[in-house]
Design a protein around this ligand. Structure first.
Ligand code: PBG
Length: 337
């Protein structure tokens, strides 16, 4: 009995590459960079081996390291010098991201994407302004008598602040604005504010389908943005839902999003595929901190080959339909491409 089809014929060296369906290039990758206004020295991020928070004075040097690997884009996260109830340092003209963006865009050709959110800037660590009565009292009791997963972030008050943050980032020279707070109407509000400030050429990469994921753990250490009480279930998406992701993404498209992001990446490849199939906009996927940390942890044990699993992960994300990938593996993988 001989098979009539022999797919193995095309798997020979020299042929395999010719017929390969998916390519990964350094120009598809975005490297996260953490700029920390509270330190004068680089601080390693323990749960994300190879990554550091860098002081403002090192921001340019850090981005030059990224560029040297062939990666051309960075996404900036800031750790402010101080936090308060409303996150006012997020839109300060001399804020950590504003200063870093100015320095980086003056000194390098990097494409600078800025994350627009409040969680690193509010003392309670939520992604917006709290509703009255949302905070538990000293005994951990919610004074409004809410169950845990209640609406604690005031959506529309937060929108006003997101507009200020986005405009201040664009004023500082950001090439792309990336709102990540999952606040209803954030893309439309930011689009209007940017246009009114003369930044109509600055695109918005929306974290359009961002899930309430346990894979963000290491990032919350890195950026010091863990909520001090409660969780983000009332604004980030339920991991059970994919149809709802289409609705979230559609709303962002209607409000003017230029690039649509799905986050996390590997546990949500079905969502990446759906967004790519359903919308005629570039799709981004965020290969998050937990996805990075778990591969590192297994590799440290000698259980996985880090280079191989990193490459396979990013290839899978592209195969699922992503045009670009935000990933902590960006530099390592780019060096090998
Ligand atoms: C801020 C933000 C988060 C991440 C990116 N932007 C944290 C969160 O929502 O808790 C996570 C990135 C990662 O885990 O790598 N809203």
């Amino acid at each position: 009995m001989h098979p009539s089809e022999r797919p193995r014929r095309l798997r020979r060296d020299g042929l395999r590459e010719l017929v390969s369906e998916t390519d990964l290039a350094a120009s598809d990758l975005v490297a996260p960079v953490f700029v920390d206004a509270t330190t004068e020295e680089r601080v390693p991020i323990e749960s994300m081996p190879g990554h550091e928070r860098v002081p403002l004075d090192d921001a340019v040097e850090r981005v030059e390291e990224v560029l040297a690997t062939g990666v051309e884009a960075v996404i900036l996260f800031g750790i402010p010098e101080s936090k308060d109830e409303r996150g006012t340092r997020a839109w300060a003209e001399d804020g950590v991201i504003q200063r870093a963006t100015r320095a980086i865009t003056d000194a390098t050709d990097a494409t600078v994407i800025t994350d627009v959110c409040l969680c690193e800037y509010t003392e309670h660590g939520h992604c917006g302004v709290l509703e009255p009565g949302a905070r538990p009292d000293a005994d951990g009791e919610d004074p409004a008598g809410h169950e845990e997963a209640t609406l604690t972030v005031d959506n529309d008050v937060t929108l006003d602040l997101l507009e200020k943050i986005a405009t201040s980032h664009a004023d500082a020279g950001a090439d792309v604005i990336a709102p990540s707070g999952m606040i209803d109407g954030m893309v439309g509000a930011i689009r209007e504010a940017l246009d009114a400030a003369g930044h109509d050429a600055v695109p918005i990469m929306s974290y359009a389908a961002k899930y309430e994921s346990a894979f963000y753990g290491p990032f919350r250490d890195a950026a010091d943005g863990a909520p001090s009480f409660g969780d983000r279930r009332h604004y980030q998406m339920d991991p059970a839902n994919a149809e709802e992701a289409e609705r979230e993404v559609r709303l962002d498209v209607e409000q003017g999003a230029d690039v649509l992001m799905v986050k996390p990446a590997l546990p949500y490849l079905d969502v990446v595929r759906r967004v790519d199939d359903s919308f005629d906009r570039p799709v981004a996927a965020y290969n998050v901190s937990g996805e990075y940390a778990m591969l590192h942890a297994a590799a440290e044990q000698g259980w996985l080959d880090l280079d191989d699993v990193a490459m396979e992960s990013l290839l899978s994300i592209k195969r699922a339909g992503a045009d670009l990938i935000v990933t902590y593996f960006a530099e390592d993988v780019a060096r090998r491409l």
